[in-house]
Design a protein around this ligand. Structure first.
Ligand code: T3D
Length: 265
């Protein structure tokens, strides 16, 4: 397939950046080119102080159908799918989780296979009520990957995780939200407006505290309560010396909206 349009659209808004997967003819399935473009865009978003949040979306009728199964070589006898994951999907999930800025994901239509994993790896995921989430891997003889086996049981518990992973059933966005897989389901007509409003709101919040919230919540997955209490104290000690904390407390005392200017670490 020859692609004439850019596979990723990048739009800077006031305080945040919208990254749109743009291979709608393949339901935004990822090939190596899209992986490279998105990782570079995330790195640039991370370094730009004017970008305080990222919105990840998909063009067309679906969010993402996972791996581009038409990419040459995938079923060659000597193919190493582990290396395909390491180079592409695992690096992407690590980039999303490691970005010191909130990532909002807007899912309409299909989120299948690793496309669903990407949606789950973002910080706040909004979906349309009629979106279609599926752990499609089993239908092609694979296990859930790109972090799905780690995220699913943590988000929805082992019973539901096992059933979805083994059966590959498709669930709606409304069901995904009601079982805690994603933050919220909204009517299709308002998805992008709600996702952009969320990003604009995040862009006005204290950036350093948002980055720390993301990092500390991730650390909680491996820590004991004692370790987590100690980590919270360490992080709060630093944030307590920040200009955003001083501004937040002053704004509260003066009964005015706070204006946070601190940059993410
Ligand atoms: O490298 C490795 O394999 C390891 C990594 C694995 C990570 C993974 O993500 S594995 C899972 C890969 N994804 C899938 O298995 C999903 C495949 N797609 C589907 O099952 C269906 O397309 C959907 C259920 C998602 C949607 O069905 P529907 O009926 O709404 O749409 P469609 O007609 O099937 O798809 C529309 C077009 O997109 C179609 O192209 P065409 O015929 O109009 O030219 C279809 O071929 C294309 N498309 C959809 N998914 C993919 C794709 N092309 C390439 N790769 C895809 N994953």
């Amino acid at each position: 397939m020859t692609e004439t349009a850019p596979v990723l659209l990048v739009d800077q808004r006031d305080g945040y950046r919208v990254l749109t997967l743009n291979r709608p003819q393949r339901l935004n399935a990822f090939d190596a080119g899209l992986h490279a473009a998105l990782r570079q865009a995330l790195a640039e978003a991370g370094e730009d102080p004017a970008c305080r949040a990222v919105l990840l979306a998909g063009a067309g009728r679906g969010f993402c159908a996972g791996q581009d199964l038409a990419e040459p070589g995938l079923t060659d006898p000597d193919v190493d799918l582990g290396a395909v994951l390491d180079r592409g999907w695992n690096a992407l999930v690590a980039a999303l989780r490691g970005l010191p800025k909130p990532v909002v994901c807007a899912v309409q239509g299909v989120a299948a296979g690793a496309g669903a994993s990407v949606a789950l790896a973002c910080d706040i995921t909004l979906v349309t009520e009629d979106a279609k989430f599926s752990q499609a891997f089993i239908r092609i003889g694979l296990i859930p990957d790109s972090g799905a086996t780690w995220m699913l049981p943590r988000l929805i518990g082992p019973a539901r995780a096992r059933a979805l992973a083994m059966l590959g059933d498709t669930i709606s966005g409304a069901e995904a939200a009601s079982m805690g897989l994603v933050y919220r389901a909204v009517p299709a007509a308002s998805l992008m407006a709600e996702a952009e409003a969320l990003c604009a709101r995040l862009a006005r919040l204290p950036a350093e505290a948002l980055a720390a919230t993301k990092r500390v919540l991730d650390a909680a997955e491996d820590n004991t309560l004692a370790q987590q209490l100690a980590l919270e104290a360490t992080v709060q000690r630093d944030l307590g010396r920040s200009t955003d904390y001083a501004e937040g407390v002053a704004a509260f005392q003066q009964k005015r909206p706070a204006r946070f200017t601190g940059a993410p670490e």
